[in-house]
Ligand binder design. Sequence first.
Ligand code: CAA
Length: 283
Amino acid sequence: MSIQSVGVIGAGQMGNGIAHVMALAGYDVLVTDISQDALDEALSLIKRNMSRQVSREKIAPEAMDAALKQIRTTLKLSDLGHSDLIIEAATERESVKQAIFEDLLPHLKPETILTSNTSSISITRLASVTDRPERFMGFHFMNPVPVMQLVELIRGIATDEATFKACKAVVDRLNKTAASAEDFPGFIVNRILMPMINEAVYTLYEGVGSVLSIDESMKLGANHPMGPLELADFIGLDTCLAIMNVLHEGLADTKYRPCPLLTKYVEAGWLGRKTQRGFYDYR
Ligand code: CAA
């Protein structure tokens, strides 16, 4: 099926980035959230991020104007019922996502493809609460969405080929690259990235290096654009811990044990950039 309209659930960091790239690619975008403030903030952030792309000559001013006209917002989840493709990017909690899908189901057209931007929750389990596990898959963008080239497409156990092809066509139209992943904890990127970040926290915890020396080492010694601790602050330490817990529980291997220092920072409410304090102090 050909996708023309995209519904985005959640106007946070990931949701607004997804709306941004979808609108630039010419899709009709409808974004929903439970808070009008979150929707207003998302629209102003999209304008700011697109203006930055215009000023750096990544996109033309006319493309920005056209894209902004493609984005509408609503507080009513049921308004998304007419979308061809839905990308859920709500809070990373399984019970929240399941409740959203259950509320949405009665309003959906039969052919709508349902997807989740989850970074680690089982696609097969999420699909099982819906009426369309064959038309359900993981559609996982990287942060910041307008900049990062990759989208992971994750097949649940029942996802059919037509659904995969339709989602792959969307990724192609975004001029991004799809990586196909099977539904196992952390998929591909987080299965590899999070243990690296966790190991960086152990390196700090055991006094092998300071925050700055760990980050400098990986930037200058391994050519990473950000050091692992700076990246952890950027992603959110609560998100990093939640993903490590999914790997630890789902793969039942002590090599994924979250570092106690990571747990302690999260317990302190030091979640990285979003709380102005993590491994670095942003105040
Ligand atoms: N919207 C639009 N453009 C943006 C942007 C945004 N939100 N954020 C940055 N940019 C653009 C800038 O305009 C700039 O464009 P030019 O190249 O044209 O100058 C470019 O991105 C670089 O930005 P900056 O100059 O501000 O800063 P930088 O050079 O330090 O790059 C970065 C910032 C792109 C974030 C870079 O540090 C980077 O790639 N870091 C690693 C990010 C990463 O690993 N992300 C994946 C996280 S894991 C994940 O997302 C999965 C998960 O489930 C947890």
